[in-house]
Design a protein. Structure first.
Lengths: 371, 535
């Protein structure tokens, strides 16, 4: 039993029925979260990462949403088979959620401590006094100074970072085995983000939790992940150990995404084109319309299977399949190593636009615009 | 380098906090509190900091979208802060802004072509066909199509809308563009394209560009120089690469250290700052960063680690500001099944991560006597004892800006800057004579000086040596600066000034100092300063 992953998602499909047609937000996503590890689900807006997180405890509102297919096994039990009562027990019980905007998780008209007490008593029958003591302890552990005094404060009396700490305390109130954190630091300043990421790391150890962190920020991923799942347009493009994925990025999308990071050195490259339509996705690999390495095989059939590159690194790209040649992707000079140079990832002088790059002549090349 | 297109000097923007029907001012939010920087033609300068540091307010104030509370903004030879409405309109033709959210910056009912052409119309171009031609060309140059003229904003993605916003800013051919978080609302794959586009049009148009951002990666990617802001002040400025490679101010260092890097081998290396950003309505005295600074300076004679010192100082500051809620601590102690004053002081130490006993005996005695006062409920005594025992220069004095590699103190540097800004404001078609300027400056300095003597002085400005002395005096620049390079630059600028060549005078001073790094930190001040200058 111990080897079995805590969470196992297989071919998850979540659809939304809209006037424009069926939006296949999550279209066959598979990944595992093992006990005690942090998995990052990374993708841009529209990749389906948030819907994946919400599908895990069936938080997706139905209608219009629908978890239409696949399997979600949490601790050996099929979540898609659970009754409403069992689901309620799961949410905020064994599986905690935190979101980008902590404001949404907190009720503005109740003191924060009281809300944690309620979260505890919703799932466990404990006397109020004991729940209160536990709430104070939790506030302490998430780093709220003078927790006893702040217990009776209202959400608006906390800063953004402190609110997120309270939201974390609330999610931890029931000792969850899995914490699903959806962009938990995106609304925060970097110095506060750093505090929260470190806090999550400490708490994970302390509570022996698994964490599924959903983010668009590859920097955050590199900072906290054990394993990474890269999603694009509802499909998994690449997944694997964080070191493998960053040091040996294999899917053209992953490689392109790493090249987009500003201030990293090397050539800064965007990804041309747009996210494909979610109601009428292209055949073949979802990324092929924007891919520099697309060949005919990419344009037909379904999403390529996840080919194993190593024990813990798979990529959904035909160039890694039986008839493919990985060098087509990897040999691309412009990509290079996705991670910065060995001396610490700083911007090389040659890569930076220095004084020489500018033409101080203010009149150059814009004659047509002078009114 | 020559005289920059924009010189912002000691810019301040305060918002009053009012109370009651009479709207009596009971306090002020010091959103921008003495910010100085320059932007050259063809240069990209980044103003970087966390939310609430005042970077956006600095931008809107310098563009006069809001009226600054104080300071000077010299744009191409003229002081913008004194402009009337007509002059402002002219100024806005030359200085444009783009905003973070491309969606809310367009009228959904106006075609993008009309939106981009609007500034042309506002500034008096009546020929519709000509407007259309210009806009079409510009849409083309920002990577869209001239045929997009008649489409509406909702038909475009966020990245495309930001391209349109850029076209709109460029349409009247400005000299300066201020971009407030131009890519923060976009996905990374789109960010990269927009950043490259910004770089391209900037060099194509020879623009001066001021980029406001919280994202260190963005700043590093496109900025030539950076100014780092914290709580309404600039803490450090310098060339981008130098600042990223070797940050001098502890805040810059923390900001860089907190920015996640996409390399898992380097995880967990940054500094973790404690605490939140204080409120700008009641900024901490001294260095504003001292309440969070990991390098806050301890008194000379204490032998404690920096972490312990930080913890002790946190405790001291808490007792001084909010005080410690004894009841809550007692409750907490009782819950743990303990009692008595010792248990309480122990719990307080624990809360602040102060060790049960400080390694330094003197410090320990002072701390425990202060904690005894806290437990006895005598807050005043506790505050006094802590303040006496744990002083820090970072709280006592506001650190001035110091130029790296120049032996100038903060006052001298401020004096040189104000002379420089004043010179820059004369670099237009209609400068005043030196004598008139001096008289005005001196009477302003003395407020109610007798006007007759002013007149006399104006007519008789004295020998060249006398005039030089008076200029220095008027701006507070010492007669002989201790730093040789600085003295030479000032002397040469004064020579140009006396021959009424303001342009050369200003250029000399900008050239001599602008490429240098500067930081406002007491740690900086201690390092090179001790060698006494020759006086």
């Amino acid at each position: 039993m111990a080897d079995e992953p805590l969470l196992s998602v297989r071919n998850l499909e979540t659809k939304f029925h809209t006037d424009e047609g069926v939006v296949r937000a999550v279209d066959g996503v598979s990944f595992d979260v093992r006990r005690g590890e942090t998995v990052c689900l990374v993708g841009e807006s529209g990749s389906g990462k948030t819907v994946t997180g919400e599908s895990l405890t069936r938080l997706v509102r139905s209608p219009p949403g629908e978890v239409a297919g696949g399997e979600i096994y949490f601790d050996g039990r099929d979540v898609l088979d659970m009754s409403d009562a069992e689901l309620r027990d799961l949410r905020g019980g064994r599986v905690g959620h935190i979101f980008q905007n902590p404001q949404g998780a907190l009720n503005p008209v109740y003191p924060v401590g009281w809300q944690i007490v309620e979260a505890i008593r919703l799932h466990e029958e404990v006397p109020k006094a004991e729940a209160r003591a536990r709430a104070v302890d939790l506030l302490n552990r998430v780093g709220i100074p003078e927790a006893t005094r702040r217990f009776d404060d209202y959400p608006h009396e906390f800063s953004g970072g402190m609110k997120q700490r309270v939201a974390i305390a609330m999610a931890l109130a029931t000792n969850p085995a899995l914490l699903v954190a959806d962009e938990p630091t995106t609304a925060l300043d970097v110095t506060i983000q750093n505090q929260i990421l470190r806090l999550l790391e400490e708490l994970q150890e302390e509570f022996d939790m698994s964490v599924l962190l959903i983010t668009h920020d590859l920097g955050v991923v590199a900072e906290v992940a054990d394993r990474v799942v890269v999603v694009y347009a509802g499909k998994v493009m690449e997944r694997g150990d964080v070191f493998d994925v960053f040091e040996n990025p294999s899917h053209p999308y992953t490689r392109a995404l790493l090249r987009c990071l500003p201030g990293r050195g090397g050539r800064l490259d965007g990804i041309d084109g747009r996210l494909p339509s979610a109601t009428d996705p292209p055949p073949g690999c979802r990324f092929h319309p924007r891919c520099d390495h697309a060949v005919d095989a990419c344009r037909t059939g379904g999403q390529p299977p996840l080919y194993a590159l190593s024990d813990d690194h798979d990529v959904s790209c035909v160039h890694y399949g039986p008839d493919g040649d990985p060098e087509v992707v990897r040999g691309d000079e412009s990509a290079g190593s996705a991670v910065g140079p060995g001396d610490g990832g700083h911007v090389g002088d040659d890569a930076h636009v220095g004084d020489g790059g500018h033409d101080p002549d203010g009149e150059s090349g814009d004659g047509g615009n002078e009114p | 380098m020559t005289r920059p297109i924009l010189d912002v000097h000691e810019l301040r923007k305060h918002y009053p906090v009012t109370e009651g029907v009479l709207r009596k001012e009971v306090g002020r939010v010091r959103a921008v509190d003495g910010v100085s920087f320059t932007v050259d033609r063809g240069e990209t300068v980044g103003l970087v900091g966390e939310s609430g540091c005042g970077k956006s307010t600095a931008a809107t104030s310098l563009l006069r979208l809001e009226k600054p509370t104080g300071g000077r903004v010299v744009f191409d030879g003229e002081d913008v802060t004194g402009y009337d409405d007509r002059e402002l309109k002219r100024f806005r033709r030359r200085a444009q802004m783009i905003f973070q959210d491309p969606t809310s910056s367009f009228d959904p009912r106006m075609s993008v072509g009309e939106a981009v052409a609007e500034p042309l119309r506002v500034h008096g171009m009546r020929d519709r066909n000509r407007r259309r031609a210009i806009v079409g060309d510009l849409l083309d140059r920002v990577g869209l199509d001239a045929a997009d003229f008649d489409r509406y904003p909702h038909e475009f993605s966020g990245g495309q809308k930001q391209r349109i916003a850029l076209a709109r800013a460029l349409v009247i051919n400005p000299d300066l563009v201020v971009a407030d978080e131009p890519v923060s609302a976009l996905d990374v794959s789109v960010q990269a394209d927009i950043l490259r586009l910004i770089e391209r049009v900037q060099s194509e148009f020879g623009l001066a560009l001021l980029v406001i951002s919280h994202d260190m990666g963005v700043v590093r990617e496109i900025c030539d120089r950076v100014a780092v802001m914290y709580l309404g002040e600039i803490v450090e400025t310098g060339p981008t690469e130098e600042i990223f490679e070797d940050p001098r101010h502890p805040y810059t260092e923390a900001l860089l250290g907190s920015t996640p890097i996409a390399d898992p081998r380097r995880r967990g290396q940054g500094t973790v700052l404690t605490g939140d950003v204080p409120s700008p309505s009641d900024p901490p005295p001294g260095c504003r960063f001292h309440t969070r600074c990991p390098a806050v300076i301890p008194p000379d004679d204490y032998d404690v680690s920096s972490a312990t010192w930080r913890a002790v100082l946190d405790l001291r500051l808490r007792v001084e500001t909010e005080g410690i809620d004894l009841e809550a601590v007692e409750e907490y102690v009782t819950e743990r099944g303990e009692a008595g004053p010792d248990a309480v002081t122990e719990a307080i130490r624990e809360e602040f991560d102060v060790p049960p006993e400080l390694p330094d005996a003197t410090a320990e005695r002072a701390l425990s006597s202060a904690l005894d006062a806290v437990v006895a409920g005598d807050r005043e005594a506790a505050v006094e004892r802590l303040a006496a025992a744990f002083p820090t220069v970072c709280r006592q004095r506001r650190p001035g800006f110091r130029l790296q590699g120049r032996d100038l103190d903060a006052d001298q540097w401020t004096a040189i800057r104000s002379l420089r800004t004043w010179l820059a404001a004369q670099c237009n078609d209609d400068p005043q004579s030196v004598a008139a300027l001096l008289a005005e400056r001196e009477s302003a300095g003395r407020r109610s000086a007798d006007r007759s003597s002013d007149r006399r002085r104006q007519e008789d400005a004295g020998t060249p040596a006398e005039r030089r002395r008076r200029v220095r005096e008027a701006f507070g620049v010492p007669d002989r600066l201790p730093d040789g390079d600085a003295e030479r630059a000032v002397a040469s600028a004064l020579d140009s000034l006396l021959s009424e060549d303001y342009e050369a005078a200003a250029a000399t001073l900008y050239d001599a100092f602008d490429p240098l790094r500067a930081a406002a930190c007491h740690l900086e001040a201690d390092a090179p300063r001790d060698a006494p200058g020759d006086d």
